[in-house]
Design a protein around this ligand. Structure first.
Ligand code: NAD
Ligand code: TYD
Length: 347
């Protein structure tokens, strides 16, 4: 059961698993919020080993029904509210989904699995943002770094991580958590820095860069994250936490300049044509300065390392957004936007 499987990372994970494990049934359970989109999974339509169920992880009866109907033995939780800016505007839904939703999933899984825990796994996908913000001189986050979330989003993710660990300790549930750095790639909702920037360059709209653009993120291609999740699901040790990162620290302004260079070239525009779209805007409140991940545990124990160089991954990503304008239009159109998105957009 992959919750949040119609979202950005979830859809990459589901497509990887569906191709790799034809004998396993993959049940995607997703509420299809503004961030979930069945178009992300369209290529799986008709496959025997994939089924989609629309449902909300805060609704215990729906979760129970799916666990029983499909005899679920493994839960990969990727359902979440995932955007920091939305969490600043509207923190309550982050507690509802990211805290109560995960607690509801854990509770229903515990009820359903009882003491038959052999071959069961509750694998929770989390973020490096739970560790807080690094200074420029600090070493990267390790699995031992104390939690210090600073936004409503990261606080809600930290809370869910704590509940997952608590179920491991208190009830002996086989749990795993992985904390990953910023992902990029096709199918990311265009509210996040990279797809938003490409979309704005294409449309000649200002590119909002928060503060001075000096904040640093550790970028990982989404396919590398999906590969790590598959590996950890199959070979990770229950009770453990794994950090996943891209060895790829870049400041936001550098990311934006790279996107301008690639997008202008692919659109056949003169070099630097879109440079004047860069618009420095008021900084995000509580903006974390820097994230960087030490993934040496995952490399040492399971042999994973990022495989996609940023230059290749970003070129492929920009090309994908330019070639998939129908997808972009679909996810940003009035028809598609639900009540929540409209409410957000009107602020
Ligand atoms: P996303 O916002 O693209 O997708 C979230 C999915 O969850 C959507 O399909 C949405 O419909 C679904 N969902 C939301 N609320 C739900 C609910 N109540 N019940 C059922 N489904 C619900 O997010 P993403 O970027 O794919 O992130 C997936 C997970 O990975 C999140 O837990 C996020 O915290 C984590 N993560 C993301 C990144 C990143 O850079 N995007 C990095 C590290 C970790
Ligand atoms: P984002 O993609 O929202 O991911 P996160 O906040 O989880 O790291 O933002 C990445 C970085 O880009 C972050 O430092 C905030 C910055 N940013 C901008 O400068 N302008 C924007 O319009 C957005 C969405 C983000």
């Amino acid at each position: 059961m992959v919750t949040g499987g119609a979202g950005f990372i979830g859809s990459h994970v589901v497509k990887l698993l569906a191709g790799k494990y034809p004998a396993s049934k993959i049940v995607v359970f997703d509420a299809l919020t503004y961030a979930g989109n069945l178009a992300n999974l369209q290529e799986l339509d008709g496959l025997d080993n994939y089924v989609f169920v629309k449902g909300d992880i805060t609704d215990v009866d729906s979760v129970r029904r799916v666990l029983e109907e499909y005899g679920v033995d493994t839960i990969l939780n990727l359902a979440a509210e995932s955007h920091v800016d939305r969490s600043i505007t509207d923190p309550l839904i982050f507690a509802r989904t990211n805290v109560m939703g995960i607690l509801t999933l854990l509770h229903a899984a515990r009820e359903y699995w009882g003491d038959q825990l052999e071959g069961k796994l509750f694998y929770h996908i989390s973020t490096d943002e739970v560790y807080g913000s690094l200074g420029f001189e600090d070493g990267p986050f390790t699995e031992q770094t104390p939690y210090s979330p600073r936004s409503p989003y990261s606080a809600s993710k930290a809370s869910s991580d704590h509940f997952v660990r608590a179920f491991g300790e208190t009830y002996g549930m086989p749990i795993i958590i992985s904390n990953c750095s910023n992902n990029y790639g096709p199918y990311q909702f265009p509210e996040k820095l990279i797809p938003l920037t490409v979309n704005n360059i294409r449309n000649g709209k200002p590119i909002p860069v928060y503060g001075k653009g000096e904040n640093v993120r550790d970028w990982l291609y989404v396919g590398d994250h999906a590969r790590a999740i598959d590996l950890i699901m199959n070979h990770g040790t229950p009770g453990e936490t794994y950090n996943i990162g891209g060895d790829c620290e870049i400041s936001n302004i550098e990311v934006v300049k790279t996107l301008i260079e690639i997008t202008d070239r692919l659109l056949g525009r003169p070099e630097g044509a879109s440079a004047d779209l860069i618009t420095f805007v008021k900084d995000r409140s509580g903006h974390d300065l820097r994230y960087a991940i030490d993934h040496s545990k995952l490399t040492r124990e399971l042999g994973w390392r990022p495989a996609t160089a940023f230059r290749d991954g970003i070129e492929h990503t920009v090309k994908w957004y330019l070639e998939n304008s129908a997808w972009l239009k679909g996810v940003t159109s009035g028809e598609y936007l639900d009540y929540y998105t409209k409410m957000y957009a009107s602020r």
